[in-house]
Structures are given as C-alpha cells and as structure tokens.
Design a protein around this ligand. Structure first.
Ligand code: NAD
Ligand code: ZN
Length: 367
C-alpha cells in the first residue's frame, strides 16, 4: 500500500514516497532518479545501528557508492560545528552535480543535512529519508533547512528543496512512543488548520494510526499532501505558509523556556500544548467556541500528549518572560503581533494585529 505525493513548485517538483519497505527499495528509487552514482549519507547514532547497513546495502545493489557520517542524536547537533563536519564529508566524498547528499534520520538530521546540501558547492542534490513521524509528516517536506543559534531556534539556514523524499513507514516501529506521540501532534495540526474532516477521522482512527498499517500510511499521506499544498502555494512563507505555525508561537516559547531540554519537553509536545492554548486564546478573543478548545484538548490528552503548561516538569518562568520569547520568535510591530488564531476546529487563519498585552494577560491566567 504505497502512496505518492507530488510537491509541485514553480520551477520544479518532487515525489514523496510513503509506505512500507522503502529503505530496502531505496537503491532502486534513487538510482532511477539520479544520474550520478555517489552518495553521502548523514545519520545519527540512534538511527545508524538499526538502519544504516540496510540502507547502504540497498544502494550498493544498484551500483551506488556511499560514504556515511554518524552524528550525535539530539537538537544540539543543529550547530555550526556539525554543519562543518557535514560539509567536510560531502566535499571529501567528492559529491558532484549529479550525485546526492542523503539525510537518514529525524528532523534534526534533515534540517542540518539539508542546510549543508544547500551550501556545499552552492547547492547539491538532496534526498530526505525521514525516520521519525515528525520528519515524515513535516520537516522533510518543504525545503526549510537550518541550524540553531544562541539567539534562537532555526535562525540560520536556507531554503533548499529535496529532490526526493522516501518515508518508510516500517521504521516508525522503533521510534519511542513519546517521539511517536510528538510527531502525531503535527498530524493533528493539519486537521486543525483547515481539515475538520481529517481531524474527525483522527478522533475515530488514532489507535489504528498508532498501531501501524494502512491507517498510519493514510494519516502520513494526508499530512504530506496538506503540507505539499501549502508549500506549493507559498514556498517562501510570504503569507499562508504561516498557517503551519498553528500552536508554534506558544510552543516555541515553551521550548525556549525549558532550554530545549528534551527530558522536559520535545517539539511536538510544545506544539500540542500550544495548539490547545491557541484555541483557548481564540476563545478569549471571542473568535472560537470554548467547546472547540475542549474537543482539541480531549483528543490530544487521549493520545497521551500534554495539553497544559502545568504538565511541563520543572516549572515555567512568568508570563512576561514567555512573552519575551514569543517576541523573539515573531515580529512585533507597535505592540501587535502575527498569530495563528482559529474560529474553530479546521478554521485557522493568520491574524497580524494581535495585541501583545492580550497575550500577556492570557498567559498570566493560564500559568
Ligand atoms: P530528532 O531528529 O531529534 O528525532 C527524535 C529522536 O528519535 C532522536 O533521538 C532520533 O535519534 C530518534 N529516531 C529517529 N528516527 C528513529 C527511528 N526510526 N527509530 C528509533 N529512533 C529514531 O527529532 P524530530 O522530532 O524528528 O525533529 C525535530 C526537529 O525538526 C527540530 O529540530 C525541529 O526544529 C525540526 N523541524 C523542522 C521543520 C522544517 O520544516 N524544516 C519542521 C518541523 C520541525
Ligand atoms: Zn512543528
């Protein structure tokens, strides 16, 4: 049951293949699309012992030569230091115009490797082999790449679209339940942005999505299609692409407030809490019925995601400090900020005139 989603951009397009067995089939899929016969594979220390040998073997059968680089796992790997090592290994492998750089891993490896591929030799071919649910439904699609700075997350990077995305749904079986749930927050996000029927389907079928099989493939394909549509309409985020940030303004502030410490909070968990807050804040702004917020909260809690700030271990700073983190993440003009608000499940929109004072008052109530 393999699915293909095509990302149609102004100047070119690429396929996202979704389904079981794609690591084993990677050699064939890559060889049929790539003129070159050399590949640099970048992965992390958790993914490498489980999947790297199989992936390299699949390439070798098709006569593709590969070198690999295994980096430490975790958000701290999205750094200048590791960007240098990835660029060095790409150049040392003499990856040329028709060859490719492959990211085999979660969003951390994808963002870092994509950035290196975007700048090495002024842009090398790039293939995403996302292995986390979050990477399969979100970060591997759309071409945003980058690393973190002491000034904030993802502040240094380039747009560099992949040439192919291979999402092997079998590999999600080895992902920790916590990381799977975190990725699921982004799946639910697509329903909450503008697909109320998809959200209702998830409410009915989430257990099957977690179990694997066709429901999982369906949920991933629907998510990729949703992201592909938004990216095709607004590749460089001049407008509607910002909708993908539903729940992320609060979420990023919570990630910053917990020092990106994955023991306390991972990205998808911050997004889960952030999406509930976005609905509650929209209710406060008289846009959204409180029942919609309750419905969102109920579903996310049911799958095991955190839905309120008091579930974050270790305590949080006061509302003003969280507001500072929000102001770092979003442009504030004359005390107003851009925020993704909602009129209800599946009715999100970009508001660019949200008073900062309202956000602070809301956070004070919630903390
Ligand atoms: P991650 O890459 O850290 O992966 C999560 C953990 O799971 C890691 O420990 C990893 O080693 C492990 N792992 C991955 N696949 C596995 C598998 N199949 N089996 C066992 N373990 C596995 O984190 P993530 O959640 O995949 O991605 C988060 C990153 O993605 C953040 O840095 C975020 O900023 C970025 N992101 C980027 C975009 C974008 O558009 N570029 C979008 C959303 C998120
Ligand atoms: Zn996200």
């Amino acid at each position: 049951a393999r699915r293909t989603v095509r990302v149609e951009l102004a100047d070119r397009s690429y396929d996202i293949l979704i389904g079981p067995g794609l690591i084993a089939a990677a050699g064939r899929e890559i060889a049929s699309r790539l003129k070159g016969r050399k590949i640099a594979v970048i992965t992390d220390e958790n993914v490498a012992p489980i999947y790297l040998d199989n992936f390299l073997a699949a390439l070798k059968v098709e006569g593709i030569d590969a070198v690999s680089l295994v980096l430490p796992a975790g958000e701290k790997t999205k750094s200048f230091e590791h960007l240098i090592s990835v660029c060095d290994s790409v150049l040392a492998a003499r990856i040329e115009r028709n060859d490719a750089v492959v990211a085999l891993g979660g969003g951390v490896i994808g963002d870092l490797t994509g950035f290196a591929a975007g700048i090495a030799r002024r842009g090398s071919r790039f293939i995403q082999v996302p292995t986390s649910l979050l990477a399969q439904v979100d970060s591997s699609v759309g071409g945003k790449t980058g690393i973190n700075s002491p000034h904030g997350k993802n502040l240094i990077g380039v747009f560099h679209q992949p040439d192919l995305v291979l999402a092997d749904t079998d590999v999600l079986d080895t992902l920790s339940p916590r990381e799977f749930r975190a990725g699921y927050a982004e799946v639910a996000k697509y329903g909450l942005i503008d697909k109320p029927d998809f959200f209702a389907w998830l409410e009915q079928n989430w257990q099957a999505v977690f179990a694997g099989g066709d429901a999982r493939i369906e949920a991933i394909a629907t998510s990729c299609q949703a992201k592909a549509d938004v990216v095709a309409a607004d590749e460089r985020e001049n407008g509607q692409r910002a909708l993908l940030n539903l729940g992320h303004t609060f979420g990023h502030a919570l990630e910053a407030a917990t020092q990106y410490d994955s023991a306390r909070l991972v990205h998808g968990e911050g997004v889960s809490i952030g999406m509930v807050l976005a609905h509650q804040f929209s209710t406060r702004m008289n846009l959204c019925s409180p029942d919609d917020g309750k419905r969102v909260e109920k579903h996310l809690r049911e799958v095991g995601l955190p839905t309120s700030m008091d579930e974050i271990p270790g305590g949080l700073p006061p509302a003003e400090v969280l507001m500072d983190a929000i102001a770092q993440d979003k442009k504030v003009k004359g005390g107003k900020l851009t925020f993704i608000l909602t009129r209800g499940v599946g009715q999100s929109f970009v508001a660019d005139d949200v008073p900062q004072s309202e956000v602070v008052a809301f956070l004070k109530e919630k903390l």
